[in-house]
Design a protein around this ligand. Sequence first.
Ligand code: ADP
Length: 667
Amino acid sequence: MDRSKLYRRFRTLLIANRGEIACRVIRTARAMGLRTVAVYSEADRDAMHVALADEAVLLGPARARDSYLNVERLIEAARKTGAEAVHPGYGFLSENAEFARACFDAGLVFVGPTAGMMTAMGSKSGSKELMEKAGVPLVPGYHGEAQDETTLAKAADKIGFPILVKASAGGGGRGMRIVRSAAELGPAIVSAKREALAAFGDDRMLIEKYVDNPRHIEVQVIGDSHGNLLSLFERECTLQRRHQKVIEEAPSPTLNAAQRETVCAAARKAAGAVNYVGAGTIEFVSDGKDVFFIEMNTRLQVEHPVTELISGIDLVEWQLRVAFGEALPLKQDEIRLNGHAVEARVYAENPTKNFMPSVGRISTWRLPAEAGGLRIDAGYREGDSVSPYYDAMLAKMIAWAPTRDVAIERLNRGLEESDVRGIVTNIPFLSALMTHPKVRTNAIDTGFIERELAVLTQAAPAPGELELCAAVAAILGDEQKAAHVQAGSPWQTFGWQPVGRRQRSFVFRVGHGPEQKITLNYGSGPATLVIGDRELAFTTAAKEGGFDLTLDGVKSAVAAVIDGHELYLRTRNGRFDLHWVDPFGGESEEQAGEDKIAAPLPGTVVAVLAEEGARLEKGAPILTLEVMKMEQTLRAPFAGVLQSIKCRVGDIVQEGVELAVVEPSGE
Ligand code: ADP
């Protein structure tokens, strides 16, 4: 076929994807002066990729089948917006030959290989046959047509156990079983076939020798329509969970220069066997010494940024230039490897609950700035919702440095400085991985995470002195902020230090652990905190996302998020979730589900912290009472509107008197 029909200049690009990869592609397309069109489902109306693109088209209902996988709707969206080309991202339709063909038939440039190349490489069996002919090293195995039990059993016997039974059409680790003895083979094939049929509509199996202590090594390749084909070094993706990558790095710390050249040459040979056009990845499994081809992915991969950071090449830019019909701008000997890069996949999931996906609204999204070798490819922002319909990857954090050790340090620091709340994320788990001594020394294999799970998902440490003091400081800071909003409040004049020595007690709890009490002494003279028999002087200075806490002469940074009675703190000792047990405040009211904000004991109103008519989050401070020389802040028992305040600063009120009324917002 005349390739100028397939690959030619265009000005408008439709991105047939969502999340971080759609945002990533839009960023480069924009920089190249292209107009961008996003597509979205009903669940993604307010998604980040929709906001970033120049135009956006609704595809249909949330279910992927009705939206992102609907070829007809995608082609229609391109027609409506005048898009001339389609970038498929990864996942969804990115390796679907029928979609590539449909784009071509509709006169659209498909940013990727031809449908024919995809078909040739799409099947693990078919591609292995091709690779065998091309002289690419394979894992010993069987990838023939015959699928009867006797043939498969004979093949397994010949290869020798342990073996791996794999769906030829497989992906994402599905339809795959490790078999250690002949007796296990029959049942393993039956269940792998069942899974493969359900997932891919194809239950053909192949058998491979199971490589012991395997490592995953893959090579990035890219070809143009003029017959040029380059390899852009390798990535190591050995840190996997259930055959899914978690951490990826480039170059591989396992290979020496000669092995690197061997694996890259093998990858060029593999891609050359189909005269490959576009970006692709040749995947190998390795025993640490030799590499064996397992499959080719005919698309951009999630982990492409590590290659970009060590090669200085923008792979999406090169994909688009290849799609324009241009020749690749560099020759193989002009590609330079510089430094080391590591990537971590940030997921909305709970590692302590078997990695269950977490859905909901992202109430806090604080990631460090992209500086000092750190890159962040995100698909979500603060306030966005994570829906149950799609992959739960939120973002990728990637660090570059001249050496592997420093790149890991930078990535770990970036993870440690990230605060994402509202949903559960795997960030602490990723941090635990990055600090594990065996990861540091590259003493890993693909089974590492499963074996070390207990260590990697260890419970957070119990809060110490620093955390309890930080919790008090966070609450005071929060109340002070609320007081400043309230014009004419006495807090504005005096801060939280009225005249005379006062006391206020706080009780915190972690999970179902014991209650811990801390007392604040304030008033004339510097404020102190008392824990047990220790009295500590402290000061705080607010800053973005938290404050600096100076405790006993040592200043350290604290990140804090307060959500009603739930406090989240990050100190130099790690991450802490504390529950604030407020004996007079919202707690009992919350539990009773009452909307009455009343004086728990006779006292004096010392501050009014919210205005009538204000919208209040659950737990928002409303007013402060002084009761028996102790201050208590009364809080909204639920989200709502502050209807009225029935008292004024200075009022002396009796027990049980209603002081304010909040109208629930009905959420
Ligand atoms: P999928 O397409 O489902 O991701 P792959 O064939 O790419 O399946 O394999 C996924 C992972 O399974 C690899 O990264 C590797 O960790 C492991 N694996 C695959 N083949 C072998 C093998 N022959 N021996 C040991 N591990 C393997």
